[in-house]
Each structure stands twice: as structure tokens, then as C-alpha cells.
Design a binder for this molecule. Sequence first.
Ligand SMILES: Cc1cc2nc3c(=O)[nH]c(=O)nc-3n(C[C@H](O)[C@H](O)[C@H](O)COP(=O)(O)OP(=O)(O)OC[C@H]3O[C@@H](n4cnc5c(N)ncnc54)[C@H](O)[C@@H]3O)c2cc1C
Length: 326
Amino acid sequence: MLTKRIEHPNGLRADDFPDEGLLERLPQVRGKMIPNEPLAEQTWFRVGGPAEALFRPADEADLTHFLAHCPADIPVTVIGVASNLLVRDGGVPGVVIRLGPAFSRIKIDGALLTVGAGTIDLNVARSAQASGIAGLEFLSGIPGTVGGGIRMNAGAYHREFKDIVVQADALDRQGNRHTLFHNQIGFSYRHTTAPNDMIFVSAMLQGEAGDPDEIAKRMQDIQKSRAASQPIREKTGGSTFANPDNDPQKRKAWQLIEAAGCRGLKIGQAKVSDKHCNFLINTGKATAAEIEHLGEEVRRRVREKFGVELRWEIKRIGVTAQERIS
Ligand SMILES: Cc1cc2nc3c(=O)[nH]c(=O)nc-3n(C[C@H](O)[C@H](O)[C@H](O)COP(=O)(O)OP(=O)(O)OC[C@H]3O[C@@H](n4cnc5c(N)ncnc54)[C@H](O)[C@@H]3O)c2cc1C
């Protein structure tokens, strides 16, 4: 078992970005623009450094104005509720955007839902159930937002966003609005080919008429099954690696990780979950570096033992503590 704790040089962990006048270069906005905002508490892993600036747009017009006037050299990163994200310890340079209440509306017309990209998946599932719309129950098992779900093509219980998205509206880095139809989003397993700079702002989701009681029952079954099989009360980022498509024996990521002897493996306070070994856990005060090193160690062992390259499903953003001080 690995127990080495990774210390940061000079004890640096989540210190502030030096004030180099970023805010003065940014356009005036109506929403909140907060410099040096810690992100760790806003992520499921509870690790990572600050955003150089965190922007919570007041509404879509505010976001459009910001993007249209934000200098092109300033990096812009959008996050949902960071349930599939590892924010590195040195923080995220530039502006991090988090969509707020103005992006959390749900409108229902027959079995078609128009939802803001910041809406929590569970709330979409609950609204659909209350309106007798079936086919969206799986959303109750994914602890993210609609925007993050589209980007990741998140899925569970044999359904994924690919199966319900009719179209999505998105803003590009210059603030131009695009309507992307289903085939333009380029859905594949836990991946989309929509350009990286696209920020989804809303989506149309298609369900079908169903019985509210039966839908509620399926949602309960999903919740129970998740609680039994996933460490959902832990500080985690969900499935760490996508299931590989190049294993001759078609094993899932967790099966390879298990067979490589990684269940329970630890680096510092980061640990491979005992309950579901494709989940990494922050057992207390882990750093993002420890979690990332643990993931890389798992990849190395699986590669050495089976010749299979695991692909990170978790998105890693920002810079390491070392990169910040060098
Ligand atoms: C306990 C647990 C269980 C999980 N179970 C599942 C599961 O069963 N199935 C599954 O697929 N996933 C699962 N996940 C992972 C995660 O919940 C999903 O990937 C989710 O869709 C991520 O949504 P988010 O809003 O948190 O996005 P984030 O984690 O914040 O971001 C993920 C990616 O989406 C991008 N993004 C976020 N919002 C937008 C937007 N508006 N426009 C464009 N890009 C955006 C980000 O830039 C980033 O690249 C689980 C996670 C946890 C912690």
C-alpha cells in the first residue's frame, strides 16, 4: 500500500492569485464577479485552489455581454456543480463561470421539457415525474447539472443524455448564440464533440407519457441501487475512468482496477473506494495532487498488468501548486 503524503512546496495549497489587474480588464457585469474565490467547497471532492475570478452571471444576456467583451487571452472555464471535476491545488487561472438560478428554469409542454443548463438533474427528474413524463428517471441518479450532463453525455441505468436531448442552446467564447441539434452535439460514451468553448445555457429534453406512480417507483429503485453500490456520501468525483473499449475481455474499468489490486489503495488521504473501486475518495484532507497521483498510479498498474490504457472520465482543471509557484 502506498502511504506517502505529497507535500506542497512552501506549504502552498489554495493561496490567492496575485492581483495583476484581471478585474480591471473584465467587462462590467450585472451578476457577481468575485476575485480569488475558493472553489474547493463548491466541488464534490472538496479539494483544489481558487478561481482567479468566479463569475455568476445574472442571466443569459449578462453572460452574452461578458463573453462578447472579455479579452480573448483571458481563459474562461465553465463548471456545473463540479461532480465530475478535479480542481488542481494551484487553482484556475482566468474566469470560472458558474450558472445560477436564472439558468435553472424548467418549462413543460406535453412530454417536452425546456430546461436551463444550470438545473440540477434530480430536479428535472422530479418535475418530469410530477408531470407524468417517463424516460428521464435516470437523471435522479446523476448528481450534476444539465449543462455538465450534456457535456459529459452522463448516463446511468442504460440511459444517457444522448437519449433525451433534442437540441441545446449554447454561447461560444465570443458570446454568439448557437442552437445545436442532437446530431451536432456529437454524443458518444461519456463524451461529446461540441466545441470546447461552447457554454450550454438551455436544452430541450424529450420524454414520453407515463404513469407518475410507476415513474416515482423507478426513481426510488435507482436511488436505492446507487446507495448500495456507490459511495455517494463520500467526497468523490464519481466514476474516475471511462470503461475502456480496447480490452479484449470487455472488462469494465472497475473490474480492471480490482484485478490490478487497486481496491483500497491510498496515497496520502486519497483512496480508491472499497465500495466501488472506480471511485476515488478524499478521506479527509487530501490534496488534488494526491487524488490525481492516485488516479495515475491506478492507470499505471492497469496498463502494466493488462496493457489497457484507462481514460480519465473526471475532468481535471487548473494548475498544480508547483506550476503556480514556478
Ligand atoms: C457520487 C457521484 C455519482 C455519479 N454518478 C454518475 C453516473 O451514474 N453517471 C454519470 O454519467 N456520471 C456520474 N457522476 C459524474 C457527474 O455527476 C456527471 O458527469 C455530471 O453530469 C457532471 O455534471 P456537473 O454539472 O457537476 O458538471 P461538472 O463536474 O461541473 O463539469 C463537468 C464538465 O462539464 C463541463 N460543463 C459544466 N457545465 C457546462 C455548461 N453549462 N456548458 C458546457 N460545459 C459545461 C465542465 O466544463 C466540465 O468539462 C457521478 C458523480 C458523483 C460525485
